[in-house]
Structure formats: C-alpha cells, structure tokens
Design a protein around this ligand. Structure first.
Ligand code: NAD
Length: 394
C-alpha cells in the first residue's frame, strides 16, 4: 500500500539535532489507566526527533520491510504541492496537527484509494469528517499521546501572561533593567478565577495542575464531570460558555474545533468578559475570530492572549497574532515535545499494524469509522454532520 505522510520540515541546522538530554522518563500508563501505545516494536530511540521529514515518525524501515511505499513530504499546500500530486493513489495519509495536511472534501474526492486518515497526535479537524464519513474512510488519532504535554504548555502560557513574563524577559535580553515597566502589568494568579472550556483529557489535566496555585477553578463541558472530581478540584460548573467567561479572570480553551465551537469567541462574547481578562488557546485557532482577538487586546478588554494554534498553519509572516500587543504565542509546539513524539509515533505504528493486519483499531483511537463518528470521536465531536471548517485548508 502507499502511505503518504506529511511532516514538518527538518531543523534549520540539519538532522539529527544535537539532543540536550539522553533519556526520557519512563511512564507506565496514561492518567486514568489507559495503556500507552502497544506496537509490536519501534525502530527509534524514545527522545529522538521523529515529527520532521527526516524523522519520518520512525516508520520507514517498518513500512518498507513490509513492502509498502512510504512517501514523506512537508510540501502540503496548493495544487502543485507534493501532497496534492501524491494523494490520488494513496491508501493511507498521515499528518500532524502542527503541520496539517488539510484533507478537504475536494481532496478526499481526489483520493480515490484513501482508506485511513491518521493524525499523529490529537485533533482531526484538519480532515473534513463529513466527507470521510460519506466515503467510509477511517479517521484515527493517538488519544492521550500528547494531552499532558499540552496541559503543561497551557499552564505555562497562562502564567506567562498573568506575570507579564515575555516583556520582562525582553527587558533583560535587550540590556535593560526597567522594573517599573515590567511590573506595571504583572499580577499573581493566586486568588484569581480561572476557567477551562472543555474538561476532557487536556482540560482536566490543566485544572489538576492549577489547583495548587490556590485559584478558584471553573469549567464548562457538554459532558459534566463526576461529582467526586468536581469536589476534589473545587470546581464551579457552568452550563454554557457565556456564563463561564463572565465569571473568570482567565480562560483556557480545550474544546475540539467543530461547528459549535467555530468562531465562538467573537467581539460580542469578548465584550462580556471582565476587563483585562486573559485567554490561553491551545485547542484550535478558529475557535476565535482572529481580528476580534486583536481588537480586544488593542482596546485593553483582554490583558493577554497566548496559545500555540493558528490558522492556517503555517501562518503568513504578516499574521496579526505574531505582533498583536500582549501576546505570548508560540508556534504549534505544545503537543510535539520529544516526549510526546515518542508516544504518538509508537501509537501511529500500533494503528498501522492493526490496519494492515485487518484487526480492529483501538476504540479510543477512532474518530470516524464505518461511516460514522466512533470511539473518542463520538465523545468529543457532536454529530455525524460534523464538517470541520478547518479542513477547508490554506
Ligand atoms: P478530549 O476528547 O479528551 O476532550 C474534549 C472535550 O471537549 C470533551 O470532554 C468534550 O465533551 C468537550 N467538548 C466537545 N464539544 C464541546 C463544546 N461544544 N463545548 C464544550 N465542551 C465540548 O480531547 P483532548 O485530548 O482534551 O483534546 C482537546 C482538543 O485539544 C483537541 O480536539 C485538539 O483540538 C486540541 N489539541 C491541541 C494540541 C496542541 O498541540 N496544541 C494537542 C492535542 C490536542
């Protein structure tokens, strides 16, 4: 079979990079007990850079020894791209949300042989799920592989915003020492109201990590958490986003992108937040109206915005989120630490082994299967009519 894999470009200084550490901590299971990926073997050393073209998710020798064709490219956008040219006879497409191969309905129509669209990581909104449903294509991802990686990043970015880290750091980098300027916008998070939108694997991990900061925790999700969890973390539940955002000083977004969350944060919703609120968004960029965020930062309605998700990816060099005031943006990196890559590369191999052997793919990895939302997808996404706006591509 032909496996077409879209990965981000290699490091500028070449591959492999010089690693700063020798080992990764050994984990035994995901929180809650879900087992780590169980491929029969892996052909990489955990801790290696796998998500770029030369890393090839550690799959090349396995696939080629099995007689499969393995095409890896980072050239993914536009009709003349390698991806578009290689797509018509691909059986399997793999890409990561960090450098998404947008599988729009038009592209799916061209991919006559496509059977499996695999997300190396979490979040399959770059695939038109409705088109995949119609065509009977299986969509799968490695649930939990980078959830904790993202949770750590979200907490980091929240603290960066509230404590005004970025501009304080810039003072010293630029040879200055102007404490008054640095602290004029710096606060403690202690005692603040902090909320998450969606308390799934990432949102819940963020709540757990924020609890020791002695903040008042709030959340909303279409699935309410068990009472014992609400009690343990001291959570205030909100039935809708409107109620949550007007009750908090900072919000961290962890819902999937789908029609219900597309452009959720518009001028109107932002105007209902407390003046000087903070938003961290490591979920998907299109949950925000891009320019409404810029306007809210310029007016002071928002005191800061951080996250690592953009639209499209990669964003243009003049994308306003690169330069808007009080931003602590990063490229889409939170879920692609070397730690996370080892897990989602192993999970990708596990899914491929099952797929080639005709065995069922683990239910918790499935998003779409058998012409409907399935497994993790049936829990996170809303209806079989889910056509993700993000899949329309760059
Ligand atoms: P998850 O499936 O465990 O949790 C998703 C939660 O969202 C579920 O609890 C679900 O009930 C809730 N939800 C769905 N629709 C909602 C709505 N309209 N309003 C409120 N809640 C809603 O997924 P997860 O592992 O926590 O990941 C969440 C999202 O984070 C992914 O869909 C993906 O877009 C994003 N993500 C980003 C990165 C990154 O690198 N930045 C990495 C992984 C995932």
């Amino acid at each position: 079979m032909k496996v077409l894999c879209v990965l981000y470009p290699d490091p500028l200084a070449g591959y492999p990079p010089k690693y700063v550490r020798d080992t990764l901590p050994r984990l035994t299971a995901y929180p809650g007990g879900m087992s780590l990926p169980t491929p029969s073997a892996v052909d990489f050393t955990p801790g290696e850079l796998l998500g770029c073209v030369s890393g090839g998710l550690g799959l090349r020798s396995y696939l080629e020894e099995q007689g499969h064709e393995f095409v890896v490219t980072s050239d993914k956008d536009g009709e003349d791209s390698v991806f578009e040219r290689e797509l018509p006879d691909a059986d399997v497409v793999i890409s990561q949300p960090f450098w998404p191969a947008y599988l729009s309905a038009e592209r799916i129509a061209k991919a006559k042989k496509l059977k499996l669209a695999l997300t190396a990581g979490i979040g399959s909104d770059h695939v038109d799920l409705e088109a995949a449903i119609q065509r009977g294509i299986t969509v799968a991802e490695e649930t939990y592989s980078n959830s904790i990686s993202v949770a750590e990043h979200a907490v980091l970015q929240l603290l960066c915003l509230v404590r005004n880290f970025v501009s304080s750091h810039e003072w010293v980098r630029n040879g200055g020492w102007n404490i008054a300027d640095a602290v004029s916008q710096a606060y403690d998070i202690e005692g603040m109201d902090v909320g998450v939108i969606a308390a799934g694997r990432i949102g819940r991990a963020v709540l757990k990590r924020l609890k020791p900061f002695d903040v008042n925790l709030h959340y909303m999700d279409r699935h309410r958490l068990p009472e014992a969890v609400e009690h343990e973390l001291g959570l205030t539940y909100h039935p809708d986003v409107q109620s949550l955002v007007r009750s908090v000083d900072a919000v961290s977004v962890h819902a999937p992108l789908q029609p219900q969350t597309y452009h959720l944060f518009d001028d109107e919703l932002l105007a209902t937040m407390r003046r000087g609120s903070y938003i961290v968004n490591t979920a998907r960029a299109e949950i925000m109206v891009r320019d409404a965020v810029v306007r809210a930062l310029e007016s002071g309605q928002l005191a800061g915005y951080a996250g690592d998700v953009w639209y499209p990816q990669p964003p243009a060099s003049d994308h306003p989120w690169r330069t808007m005031p009080h931003n602590a943006m990063t490229p889409h990196v939170s879920g692609s630490t070397l730690s996370a890559q080892a897990r989602y590369a192993a999970g990708t191999r596990e899914i491929l082994e099952d797929f080639f052997a005709g065995r069922p793919i683990r239910d918790e990895y499935l998003i779409v299967d058998g012409g409907k939302l399935a497994g993790a997808g049936a829990h996170a996404y809303t209806t079989a009519g889910t056509a993700s706006p993000g899949s329309t591509g760059a």
